[in-house]
Every structure is written in structure tokens, then in C-alpha cells.
Design a protein around this ligand. Structure first.
Ligand SMILES: *Cc1c(COP(=O)(O)O)cnc(C)c1O
Length: 556
């Protein structure tokens, strides 16, 4: 019969099997259909719910925009992989990486390489000589205050104290508190001091980590474990301002979190609260605000985020890694301030980098939690390891007790009055730079938002601000280039304080040079990189360059 012959054999077999089964046992056939229908419905429901969430979170326009961007990105990716294009792109990437290597990796007849262990140990004097040489290799002159961020203190008396602390605790390891009781005591005291600075309530707790990134990773991990344990959330999502630190993207990548980046208000440059609210759903495990953020130095509306967090019963992390030992002192120093700490009831965790404006040696940060239960969600514990019962508070196993000693000594040396003074100086310098840019370059540059702390970002409507950064480089300055939108910032530190006037004068020279330059003039490194990268719908090439850069770090 022509009608039945079109049914595929397997399906025909299945149908006849089912019919036969139904004849024998009608319940079996019913179950078979039911099961299939349930699975199908669940499948549809899951995708339907995802689509609804996407629509509710981003709106119709937002969804269409992201779809458009996706198509553009994919299309450009395909274009880059076309035979003729691919080889040309590869060649250009290799050329650019070669240039980078020449700049970063020490070469030439005068350079001795030590790529394997010396056959015999060297004499101490000789090693010290080599070390001295390495420390004096040509570098950006941070001592003159011309480097944005990077070196936060570096005063000679502080360096001596830290070195002494290092020496005394060089062999210590906080993993063994019974062997090094002094380190345990200092670590607990560092956490306690910082908790008190951020007005933590009774019952709060904290840990120290290797830096801001680790603090942020662990804040996300704790929130993830909490949501899994208490609410069985298996597809966790975090909502972060687009201006939040890249460490949140790292956390999402490491711990399998979906990350939603939220746009900022175009005037205040704070995260758009209504957009955050729209994105919240059952899977949301953490909201994030910065105090302040890295790109523009703007403090998000933490009070608003806190209200939202309370209403929706979701943890809120405040990233005060950069704000560290400045934001807690703004008010007392007489500067305009904003709410950001545990006094806001919705704030559940805060990260604060002692190694930034706490002036501690690099490799230390504090992560605080509103209560100890939240802190324990980030612990790692295993009771079955053949090596023994193992428990640790953070990513690392063994850690450097010397860093804790160095941090403790730094906090003790400056004390409240010391940090208050440094806040006055550093934020004062930022204010002078902000005012200077507004007064001296009203036509050519504008300051991004109203920065309250140490970072001043500026853009331009008339000239290429990356070219300004390149001209500043030529004058010995090391500023940070920002993107989306194009801008440049300076993060003021202790060494910057005495270089404010020089900064403004050099900026004038740089701006004038850029204006005098014709459109066709050769571009500097920053302008070339961000000029190209900014316009690309697909960042594949930039990613390849970045990978090459990291490879470069390990070339001998
Ligand atoms: C510096 C910084 C961090 C953390 O950076 P680390 O380099 O890991 O210490 C996080 N957030 C902001 C806003 C920062 O400026």
C-alpha cells in the first residue's frame, strides 16, 4: 500500500511494538506516551523560561540588539577565517607580537640568561650584584609619580619596615598555625582592623587573600555555594555593572556562573538600578557594586543596590578593592562621600585591598562577610583525604606568612591618623587634577562623571584621547587606556601627590601636540591598539594578541 510504505522502518516497528504492547497491557502504552510528553514539555518549558527571562531582563529592544551583535560577531568571525584573510591576519598578529617581544624580553650581547640551574651555587655577593642590576633595568619611573596606580606607596621607611617583617617571617606559613602562632594572630588582627573600618556588625567575619582578584573569586564562590545549599540553584547567575572589575568575569569563567553585565547611567556613570532589577530571577546568586570602580573611579549607588538586595533577598558584594583605605576616610577627611559599607543592611560582603591604599606589600587583600555562615560557604574542607583532614579558607594551600607580617606592620605603622593623612593627600591630588582638567581644557577634554576617590578619567569630543595618552607616554607618563567609550585615566597614589602640577603641564603639551598633528600622522601604540580594537565586532584578533602577550611573560 502506497500510504504506509513512507513510514520509516524503525518507526513502523516501534508503532507495531507499541500496538502489540498496548494490546497486552494498555497501561504500558499510556506510560510510554506520557513519559515522552513530559520530557518534551520540560524541554520546551526550559527554553521558554530562558527566553522569557531574557526578554524580561533585557527587554525586546535589548534582546534584538544583542542578537544583532551576535550575528555581527559571528559573521565577522567567519570572515576572519576565510582562507585569504586568515593568513593575512595571522601574519599581522605575528608581526605585532614580535614587536611586543622586542619590547618586553631582555635581549642582546650584554644580557646573561640563566635558563637552567647553575651547576654550582653562586656566591652571595654575585647574586646581590645581579639582583641590583635587574631592579635597575629601564622601567617607568614610578618614583617620580608618573605611573597611574601600580605603586601605591614605596616610601623608603615603609620599605625598610616591610623588609624587616619579611625577614622575620620568611619561613612562616599560615597553613600551620600551631607552628607559627604569631602569624595566625597577626592575620586575625588584620581582618579585625579592616572589619572595623567598614563598620561590620557583631558576628561579621573575614579572611585574607592574595589580592583583590582572589577576594572577588571567593565572594562569588561563597554566594554560589549558599544559593546551592539553601535554594538548590544549579544554574547560578551574577549581575554586575559593566564597569565592575574583570575579576568577576574570571569568577564566572572559573566557577561556571552566568554573568550579566549591566549598563551605566550615561550621566552619573553609576550602574542602572532598574536594569539590575529587571535581570533578577530565581537563579540570581549575587548583585555587585563598586566603591569605586576601576575605569572611572565612580562609586555605584550602593544604597540603592542594598535596598534591592534586601527586597529580593539576594547577597550584595561591594568591591572596595580600589577604594580600600581611602573610602572609609573620605568623610573624616572632609571630602564628599557616599554610603558603601556594612551600615547598609543589604551589603553582605566587601573586598578591600590592603595592597592598594593600605600600602601593604603586594599579595594581600581582605574579604569581609556580614556573618560567619556566609564566610564558611567559601571554605574548602575534606575529611577523607589520605593526607589527613584538610581545611583551608581560600584558594591557596600554603601561603606566605611574610606577607601577613608585612601587611600587619604597614597597618600598625600608619594607623588611623596615617591613613587619614594619606586620604587627604591622595584624594586631594585627584581633586586638583579633576579641577585642572575642567579649567584648562574646557574645549578639548572632559572628566568622566563625578569621581569621589583617587581615579580621574577623561575623554574628548574633539581629539583622539588615545593619542593624548601616547604623547603623555613620550613625556614619561604611564596612564591607563579605557574603552567603550574611549577614555584615559590616572589613579593617584602617594608618589603622584607631588607630581600634580607637572601632570597638568605635560597634559597641556600633549593635547597641543595632538591638535597640531595632522590626521594622517603615524599613530602611537595605544591609539593603534584601541583604535582598531574598538571598532571590531569580533575580538578574536585582540584575544590572540592578548594570548601572545601572556606567552611573552614566560620567554627567557
Ligand atoms: C585592583 C582592583 C581589583 C583587584 O585587583 P588585584 O589586581 O587582583 O588586586 C578589584 N577591583 C577593583 C575596582 C580594582 O581596582
Amino acid at each position: 500500500m502506497p500510504g504506509t510504505s513512507r513510514v520509516p522502518v524503525s518507526l513502523r516497528n516501534l508503532t507495531s511494538y507499541k500496538n502489540a504492547a498496548a494490546k497486552r497491557n494498555p497501561l504500558l502504552a499510556f506510560n510510554f506516551d506520557l513519559l515522552r510528553n513530559i520530557i518534551f514539555t520540560l524541554f520546551i518549558l526550559r527554553h521558554f523560561r530562558k527566553a522569557i527571562r531574557q526578554l524580561r531582563g533585557r527587554g525586546i529592544l535589548g534582546t534584538l540588539t544583542s542578537f544583532y551583535k551576535y550575528v555581527l560577531r559571528t559573521g565577522y568571525g567567519v570572515f576572519l577565517n576565510l582562507p585569504g584573510v586568515k593568513s593575512r591576519v595571522q601574519l599581522q598578529v605575528e608581526e605585532a607580537l614580535k614587536k611586543l617581544e622586542d619590547k618586553l624580553v631582555q635581549k642582546g650581547p650584554g644580557v646573561t640568561h640563566y635558563n637552567t640551574l647553575p651547576k654550582e651555587g653562586m656566591k652571595e655577593e654575585e647574586i646581590k650584584e645581579i639582583l641590583k642590576g635587574l631592579s635597575e633595568l629601564h622601567h617607568a619611573e614610578w618614583e617620580k609619580g608618573q605611573v597611574s596606580g601600580a605603586v601605591y606607596h614605596g616610601g623608603p621607611d615603609m620599605l625598610d619596615l616591610q623588609s624587616e617583617a619579611y625577614r622575620l617571617f620568611a619561613v612562616s606559613n599560615p597553613l600551620h598555625p600551631d607552628v607559627f602562632p604569631g602569624v595566625r594572630k597577626m592575620e586575625a588582627e588584620i581582618v579585625s582592623m579592616v572589619l572595623s573600618m567598614f563598620n561590620a556588625p557583631l558576628g561579621a567575619g573575614g579572611i585574607t587573600t592574595s589580592g583583590g582578584t582572589e577576594s572577588i573569586l571567593l565572594a562569588c564562590l561563597s554566594a554560589r555555594n549558599k544559593a546551592y545549599t539553601e535554594r538548590s540553584v544549579t544554574e547560578p547567575e551574577i549581575i554586575v555593572p559593566i564597569t565592575a572589575h574583570a575579576a568577576f568575569d574570571k569568577a564566572a569563567s572559573y566557577f561556571g556562573l552566568r554573568i550579566h553585565h549591566v549598563d551605566i547611567n550615561p550621566v552619573t556613570l553609576q550602574v542602572d538600578l532598574r536594569a539590575v532589577a529587571r535581570l533578577i530571577n530565581y537563579n540570581t546568586i549575587l548583585l555587585v557594586g563598586s566603591a569605586p570602580n576601576f575605569p572611572h573611579g565612580i562609586i555605584d549607588d550602593i544604597a540603592g543596590l542594598s535596598k534591592l538586595a534586601i527586597k529580593k533577598r539576594i547577597p550584595l558584594h561591594v568591591d572596595a578593592c580600589l577604594g580600600s583605605f581611602l573610602v572609609p576616610f573620605l568623610e573624616q577627611a572632609g571630602f564628599p562621600s557616599a554610603q558603601f559599607d556594612f551600615r547598609l543592611k543589604g551589603v553582605t560582603s566587601i573586598s578591600c585591598d590592603t595592597h592598594k591604599y593600605g600600602f601593604a606589600p603586594k599579595g594581600n587583600s581582605v574579604l569581609m562577610f556580614r556573618n560567619r555562615k556566609l564566610r564558611a560557604y567559601g571554605y574548602f574542607i575534606t575529611a577523607t583525604w589520605p593526607g589527613g583532614v584538610y581545611a583551608s579558607p581560600s584558594l591557596a594551600g600554603s601561603r606566605a606568612g611574610s606577607l601577613i607580617a608585612g601587611t600587619w606592620a604597614s597597618l600598625m605603622k600608619l594607623g588611623e591618623s596615617g591613613y587619614l593623612d594619606s586620604c587627604r593627600e591622595i584624594v586631594g591630588a585627584a581633586k586638583k587634577i579633576e579641577a585642572g582638567i575642567k579649567e584648562r581644557f574646557p574645549e578639548d577634554l572632559f572628566v568622566m562623571g563625578e569621581p569621589l576617590v583617587s581615579v580621574v578619567a577623561f575623554g574628548s569630543n574633539s581629539i583622539n584621547v588615545y593619542e593624548v595618552a601616547d604623547e603623555m607616554s613620550a613625556l614619561g607618563w604611564h596612564l591607563n587606556a579605557l574603552q567603550s567609550p574611549p577614555a584615559v585615566h590616572i589613579a593617584c597614589t602617594k608618589p603622584t601627590v607631588s607630581a600634580v602640577e607637572k601632570f597638568l603641564e605635560d597634559l597641556k603639551e600633549a593635547v597641543e601636540k595632538v591638535k597640531a598633528k595632522g590626521k594622517g600622522a603615524a599613530q602611537g601604540d595605544t591609539a593603534a591598539l584601541y583604535g582598531v580594537a574598538g571598532g571590531l565586532p569580533n575580538k578574536m584578533v585582540v584575544n590572540r594578541m592578548a594570548e601572545g602577550f601572556v606567552d611573552c611573560l614566560y620567554k627567557v
